[in-house]
Design a protein around this ligand. Sequence first.
Ligand code: UN1
Length: 493
Amino acid sequence: MNQYLNFIDGKWCEPSTGRYVPVINPATGEQMGEVAQSAKTDVSRAVEAAKQAQKQWRLVPAPERAGYLYKVAELLKQRKEQIARVLTSEMGKVISEARGEVQEAIDMAYYMAGEGRRQFGDTVPSELRNKFAMSVRVPVGVAGLITPWNFPIAIASWKSLPALVTGNAVIWKPATETPATACEFVKIYEEAGLPKGLVNLVNGSGSEVGEAMVEHPGIDLISFTGSNEVGRKINERAGGLLKRTSLEMGGKNAVIVLEDADLNLAVDGILWGAFGTSGQRCTATSRVIVHQDIKKELEDKLVKRTAALKSGNGLDETVAVGPVIHAAALRRIDEYVEIGRKEGAKLLAGGHVQSGGGLENGFYYAPTIFTDVTPQMAIAQEEIFGPVVSIIPVRSLEEAVEVNNSVEFGLSSGIFTKDVNRAFEAMRDLDTGIVYVNAGTTGAEIHLPFGGTKGTGNGHRDSGPAALDVYTEWKAVYVDFSGKLQRAQIDNN
Ligand code: UN1
């Protein structure tokens, strides 16, 4: 039996509680191991180790810190296939997507290693003679990272790598569903030779470990990706403690298809966005806002292509749609489908749990398409986090934009059109943190900011240069070499 332990102060260790919970392969329902359930005292131990380690780490020149990140990148590259297989086994996404996810972490490691030689600040002319003025980035201290199961290595890489290269120490609580991938990532940090105590892994529940991290005065910032419900609680609590939080939460992403679109391309984009990762991406395509003149044609194409999607164990290279994460997710998705039916939406495909043909022990939901959905229905407003997409007809681009923007989230959107003027109009008016033209809503690249507007986040961004802002403070430095007291705003006026 695999046991997924904690990693604190450079050592793999048991949780103080001695408690473990099972880790289930969602494709087969089989137990693949058990994961530590830690308590507050484990978090405190990790904080002590992190604080000690960070004292030295902040003094290591950033290009030298980056040297470790380059090693991490190389090791990830060497183990890409092995990690991808572990990831598919515990999370369920199909193997090609798992490889893509590990690649995302590799890209992030190289990119953030490059930041070891950037981390630019400003040098500006002083108002006064013989005085020098500049700003520099300094680390915040100890970063607490709380990550979800849907991208167990990519999202952890978005957070831990910028934290480290800017001189912070890390305490990481991965999702309980995906500890095996977390162990693989931490083993790589260990092998890259990072000083002990710099990266600490504390497994456990959100209510125990997550809460202890938010409360602990030794953790200076929390970076969280997950549900709105939890994000809101973290924000409230951390706000009271004046602790920095970076929150990345839900999405209700739409693809707009205008009447001049390349329909086959739009179908490719919608299927990939809606049913890839079984719809369990924050960026998943959950709504299709289509011009009424081409609605029927688009529906026919979507239904035909959806029928050909093979469901099954993601380790099988011919499978297009893997399982969802667990039985509770399966139930929740089915409940939403029931709500859609009751709201009067018309079911075009799927709409049921899949079993039989080798799928009976895993958690499979049939790729589902609703049409004649109106913008205010619950299935058009709430995040479902499963392979369910709703088609909403509209009469114009203006109406499409309005429908797109009518939800509480603002992560990602896509528009299919050949009209450059309308594409630019959409780029300007779609109220989301990410906009795609002639592509679906997924597939963000790591060197641009990832995140959203409104209920999706709280203004911070993962990945890209913007990530540095989460993990650093600005320090403004003035050096007066005049040899006398110069009073700004007084002596120069
Ligand atoms: C997520 O769904 O939480 O843009 C992350 C994408 C991926 C990352 C998704 N690169 O779909």
